[in-house]
Design a protein around this ligand. Sequence first.
Ligand code: PEP
Ligand code: MN
Length: 471
Amino acid sequence: MNGYHGAGANGATGPSQGDWTPSYKAAVQKSLAKLNHLPPIVTPTEIWRLRASLRDVALGKAFLLQGGDCAELFDYCEAAAIDSKIKLLLQMSLVLIWGANKPVVRIARMAGQYAKPRSSPTETVNGKTIPSFRGDILNGYPEDERDIDPERLVQAYFHSAATLNYVRAQLSSGFADLHRPLNWNLGHVQDAELQAKYSKIVESIAESLRFMKTVGADTAGQLQTVDLFTSHEGLLLEYETALTRELHHPANRFSTSVEASRPASLFADADADAAEQTGYYNTSAHFLWVGDRTRQPTHAHIEYFRGIENPIGIKVGPTTSCEDLCQLLDIVNPNKEIGKVTLITRYGAGRVEELLPAHIKAVRQSGHIVVWQCDPMHGNTRSTSTGVKTRSFASVLSELSTALQVHKREGSILGGMHLELTGDAVTECTGGSEGLQDEDLSLRYETFCDPRLNEKQALEIAFLVAQSQRG
Ligand code: PEP
Ligand code: MN
């Protein structure tokens, strides 16, 4: 039985270095006790709904869109910022449905994406060395807020809950109602040919929606609302552990293992051990992923991740060996449940051809059926001549389309994409239809961590991926 093993001794990402004052330790304990006491933010039923959807993605029956900020701030817990992000994810998913001719599973990097791994514990700002910003869950971005504040752990919970509450309320109030005309704002596309191409896609989507409305194809109300799941990097094990609960599995759970596909009721036979009726659920988000810096098979994060029922992601990069990859899959998913694990590949545009085929072959040989998701952001970060961290639209698109081609060629399936994006008109990545240059980045460079695609660039990625899926 794949039990829950808590945060091991290697949780070096948290405030666990042992050099803290007793009052600090007491404050951490107080916050963790509070988190332990608070109700789940998400439920096993929702978590299993996502697991079922990701099984479809792994089998090529659906496409996965995951996106949101690199570092979500508590400040983003505000109506307009949340609205623009969910509107963008919904529009992108419509375009992708049109392109892939399949349902799209939506997961937001939102309502909890507050912890950031950093390459250095300190940074130099205006000649002064200060602790690095580690995400709102630990410290604040302003220079005078860089000390870790344990009360922020509890604040993270409340900001997650408030964000998800607003998302749920908006969705159940018709925010995603496809009978409402959508504003696609294509005016920025400078190239006339491209503008015509995108307008044609939009018109085709609008036409289909009108047709469904006319024939009354929405009797079940499916065009009025959608599922939007939440996710974050499971980095701070103290926080994740405090929100992990032993809970009853939902009645409609089913086996998704490669070998068996029995209905849920068969799990509840008379001999079943009581422990089989329950599992450990991370109730802070539907989906969690382990980052590229913390995915070592013998370290604490994998020890934690192997114990939870949630679908999980593992970042896969240029330093991931085929042996490690297969070992990781066996550890976190010994029953080989289809789609339980999403492999989030992030090699850099120039290295996909060299690295992805061997990973695909190794995973196939291992017998695991995973969701292959391309993160075209984290291998494509560069610095401008003035030292601004950016990514170019062209390399993001290139990593995506190369991944798509390699999967096709290898007889595998690219199941989804993982993007850092925002619904606002920021200028953090170069390129795209507006033709943003390095010099333009200072206009609205607002990220507190990695550069994000703005609304137009993100939508354009959806158009281009959809188009290439259509062949
Ligand atoms: C991230 O997704 O923001 C991140 C830090 O990615 P990675 O772990 O792949 O570097
Ligand atoms: Mn990032």
